[in-house]
Design a protein around this ligand. Structure first.
Ligand SMILES: [Zn+2]
Length: 274
């Protein structure tokens, strides 16, 4: 694999004859800005997906394989990317909305640099199941997590206020508690080490308030509080975070900035005050 340390440390922006997936993503996003539909959409989508490509596109070319193996790449984009890899253009510095994101290959290269980081990872405290907008059952999530060597996972399906994500209400949360109990029983009887924690991704309003009854939240092992509205405010949002942390039901603030690659800049706050 040709993921060099210098490439990772440089964030992949300077090409030096080698074009990383990160640089390809930036070139695709830049192309999208001047392209017409439907090409614009294809460029934007491929730019996003480049962050999850499992291999470096340049390595695939080195092995005489087709770039169409990569999600988001069809015959036209293969030609464009191939041309860039063969003759690397200057990659512009990304604007703030795309700056500071790591690709999967970069993240893996970082982790490989110190195996103790991966070994120290014992669980996952944010995951969705088919109870809201995830695609797998609680049992499937637990089994997959066990294969990764995790000791615990928290099931954090969306709460009722987030209708678009199929948020669950108090009655559904109680039913889910039963399912988690039986999954834990089953795991225990099959000598599994993993434990499933009862949790929720509580939808917070911009004033730090949740959308579920305190009684139902009190039954959980853990409450993740997350903002899903008014995420494009430009002014300082320190007060909003402080209000959320004052909410006695909330244990952890999830995806605190609400940042999304090439889509939303995310909220700003003075972290030293939080
Ligand atoms: Zn969320």
């Amino acid at each position: 694999m040709r993921v060099s340390t210098s490439n990772v440390e440089g964030g992949g922006w300077s090409t030096g004859g080698y074009l990383s997936n990160c640089s390809i993503a930036e070139l695709l996003a830049t192309e999208a800005e001047s392209a017409k539909q439907p090409l614009q959409k294809a460029f934007r989508r491929a730019s996003r997906r480049a962050f999850l490509w499992p291999e470096e596109a340049s390595a695939i070319i080195d092995q005489n394989r087709s770039l169409q193996e990569l999600p988001g790449v069809g015959p036209y984009l293969e030609k464009v990317i191939r041309r860039w890899i063969e003759n690397p253009p200057v990659v512009p510095n990304p604007p703030a909305i795309r700056d500071g994101f790591l690709t999967l290959t970069e993240a893996r290269a970082w982790l490989a640099g110190d195996p103790s980081w991966s070994r120290g990872l014992k669980g996952d405290l944010q995951m969705h199941t088919e109870w809201s907008d995830g695609s797998n059952s609680i049992q499937e999530m637990a089994e997959a997590a066990e294969l990764r060597g995790y000791e615990y996972i928290a099931v954090t399906d969306h709460s009722k206020g987030l209708k678009i994500a199929g948020g669950i209400d108090e009655a559904q949360l109680l039913k889910q508690e039963e399912e988690i109990a039986s999954v834990n029983e089953m795991l225990k009887s099959s000598d599994g080490r993993i434990r499933v924690l009862r949790s929720i991704e509580l939808n917070l309003d911009p004033f730090g308030g949740g959308d579920m009854s305190e009684e139902s939240l009190a039954r959980l092992d853990l409450v993740l509080g997350c903002f899903h509205s008014a995420l494009r405010r430009k002014e300082d949002q320190t007060e909003r975070y402080l209000a959320a942390l004052r909410n006695p039901s909330v244990h952890i603030l999830g995806h605190p900035r609400g940042r999304i690659y090439n889509f939303r800049l995310g909220l700003k706050a003075d972290v030293s005050l939080i």
